[in-house]
Design a protein around this ligand. Structure first.
Ligand SMILES: Cc1ncc(COP(=O)(O)O)c(C=O)c1O
Length: 383
């Protein structure tokens, strides 16, 4: 009889055959064009000293939270921070989670159930997809950012209905038409859920996000702001009404059945939010690098996804090809990652280039020149 890991080996071998085997590698080698540390917060000495200052105010704080929020892990500090986050983003209430994955999956899994409908953009993140799977609601998927297709799905919906979108899509860098989506949600009595993972800290006034930027605070049902990307940390907050918060405290399983964040985590988040309003120069620098990238790529022969954001994708079709290109760029000192099918549709495999406030124009120029050289070399090999 085959051993218990026979099935696992077969699955791994199948992945390897399609050029899709995932392997851990150490990051941090080369120029960072792949991390989500868009504002450089993970390496910010200003943030570090603010964290130290806040921590010094309670040197004997417990090292861990000792339990879930409903058992022993709650604190006045956690509730104060949630009020502060809600106020920062113009929401009535907020509830923190250990990660964006837990927030998205837990939220979608519990707000809709049998007889209800979850309508998802086809590009939504795995954490939202997994939440929809757990929810037992009917799931309808609409074409990426397509308002007509969304309307068709809204016509088909029954029960409590929610629409799940991202303000900025992690695999393409493009943005959702939030005002139009909010209007449709209102027309059909649906709740709009916006994942702000990749916009938090960057878009809107003082980085408060795209919902605030569009003035839609009172027109969305829920927002998820993660701390692991623009804030350089870890964790997330779900924002919405006080009723939503009470509901999540009762029904959201990743919240109920998981250890609360430690005091140290709270300190870090508090410090990051203290610093965020002072980061206009970093945000402006990031926007100017995006403009430079767009000008450069428009003058090139590359296929790319037209993105106005810090997430840019240069299309190199084929899993093997895109992986080889990323590997060669790595050899030249650029830390970039290949995004392969099925994470993106086949034929749209790409090198995802994340821009950061700490990158330079020269680094971008050298990366694009290296990509162009590799492309020319490939074409001469094929000729
Ligand atoms: C769009 C989106 N939402 C949610 C998440 C999950 O957030 P976290 O990394 O905090 O679990 C990610 C992370 O990759 C993401 O890209």
């Amino acid at each position: 009889m085959a051993g218990p890991d026979h099935k696992l080996r077969q699955a791994l071998a199948a992945r390897a055959r399609t050029g899709n085997l995932r392997q851990l590698s150490s990051s941090g080698v080369g120029i960072d064009f792949c991390s989500n540390d868009y504002l450089g917060m993970a390496r910010s000495n200003r943030l570090r000293s603010r964290i130290d200052r806040i921590r010094a105010g309670h040197p004997r704080a417990l090292l861990g939270s000792t339990g879930s929020r409903l058992i022993s892990g709650n604190s006045a500090a956690a509730e104060r921070l949630e009020d502060r986050l809600a106020a920062y983003h113009g929401a009535e209430a907020g509830l923190m989670f250990g990660s964006g994955y837990a927030a998205n999956s837990g939220l979608l899994a519990c707000i809709a159930g049998p007889g209800d409908t979850l309508i998802m953009d086809e590009m939504t993140h795995a954490s939202s997809i997994d939440g929809s799977r757990l929810s037992k609601a009917r799931k309808l998927v609409f074409r990426h950012n397509d308002l007509d297709d969304l309307t068709t799905r809204l016509e088909m919906a029954s029960g409590a209905t929610f629409i799940s979108v991202e303000s900025l899509y992690s695999m393409s860098g493009d943005t959702a038409p939030l005002p139009e989506m909010a209007a449709l949600a209102e027309k059909y009595g649906a709740g709009l859920v916006v994942d702000e993972a990749h916009s938090n800290g960057i878009t809107g006034p003082a980085g408060a996000g795209s919902v605030v930027e569009s003035g839609l605070e009172d027109h969305v049902f829920a927002r998820v702001h993660t701390f692991g990307k623009g804030l350089g940390l870890h964790g997330a907050v779900v924002l919405g009404s006080k009723t939503l918060r009470d509901y999540l405290v009762n029904f959201c399983r990743p919240f109920v059945f998981s250890t609360a964040p430690s005091r140290e985590s709270l300190d870090r988040i508090e410090a990051a939010y203290e610093l965020l309003p002072e980061l206009d120069a970093e945000r402006e620098r990031l926007f100017s690098l995006v403009r430079h990238f767009r000008t450069t790529i428009r003058d090139s022969n590359f296929r790319w996804i037209d993105s106005q954001s810090w997430v840019q994708c240069v299309i190199i079709p084929g899993n093997d090809q895109v992986l080889a290109t990323a590997g060669r760029l790595g050899g030249l000192g650029f830390d970039v990652k290949a995004i392969r099918a099925p994470s993106v549709p086949s034929g749209n495999e790409c090198i995802r280039i994340c821009l950061h406030a700490f990158n330079t124009v020269d680094e971008i120029d050298r990366l694009m020149a290296a990509l162009e050289n590799l492309q020319c070399a490939d074409m001469s090999l094929q000729a």
